[in-house]
Design a protein around this ligand. Structure first.
Ligand SMILES: [Fe+2]
Length: 199
């Protein structure tokens, strides 16, 4: 059975950028909902019980066809929120070392990267996510995914990512998604990103 881990900080820790009410509903209702549905889906398949969520999503073809879509959607939702909370932090951190170099090499500088990523996340026409991902060769790129489709199902490692489902921002920002994306940059956990890029 998969479990819901508490947030790594308090519900109001990301204020004023991400508000407490949104964090409570997002974690306790939405994240919890994905987990509950995932567990219900897997109940009739004890053989899959030993697999980690990463293993399930990395190799969706090994998941029986009758539950594959449910695992992709609810497993993706469960996993993405697990890492989304880790990708944010109340204290300001900075991109460093090899990741900073890779961003410079790939996008011509941090500001160019930020602009490109912000634009992509702001206009992404779907309930989904926008990510910075790393491929098997260590190359990085910006990727948007629909629904809860996961980069790890494509062999890509998410380094940072923003939830662009309306439930992630609507209480505070309503239809102003670009404002939410701008605010999110203030709470990015670059220590996490640096660590994942180097792993
Ligand atoms: Fe979400």
């Amino acid at each position: 059975m998969f479990e819901l881990t508490p947030l790594p900080y308090s519900y109001n820790a990301l204020e004023p950028h991400i508000d407490e009410a949104t964090m409570r509903i997002h974690h306790d209702k939405h994240h919890n909902g994905y987990m509950t549905k995932l567990n219900a889906t897997l109940e009739a398949h004890p053989k899959l019980a030993d697999k980690s969520i990463e293993e399930l999503l990395t190799d969706l073809n090994s998941v029986p066809e009758d539950i594959r879509t449910a695992v992709k959607n609810n497993g993706g939702g469960y996993y993405h929120h697990n890492i989304f909370w880790e990708m944010m932090a109340p204290n300001q951190t900075q991109v460093q070392g090899e990741l900073a170099e890779a961003i410079k090499k790939t996008f011509g500088g941090f500001e160019n990267f930020k602009e490109k990523f912000t634009k992509e996340a702001s206009i992404h026409f779907a309930s989904g996510w926008t990510w910075l991902v790393k491929d098997g060769n260590g190359e990085i790129s910006i990727l948007s995914t629909a629904n809860q489709d996961s980069p790890i199902s494509q062999g890509l490692t998410p380094i940072i990512g923003i939830d662009t489902w309306e439930h992630a921002y609507y209480l505070k920002y309503q239809n102003r998604r670009p404002e939410y994306v701008e605010a999110w940059w203030n709470v990015l956990n670059w220590e996490y990103a640096n660590r994942i890029f180097n792993s």
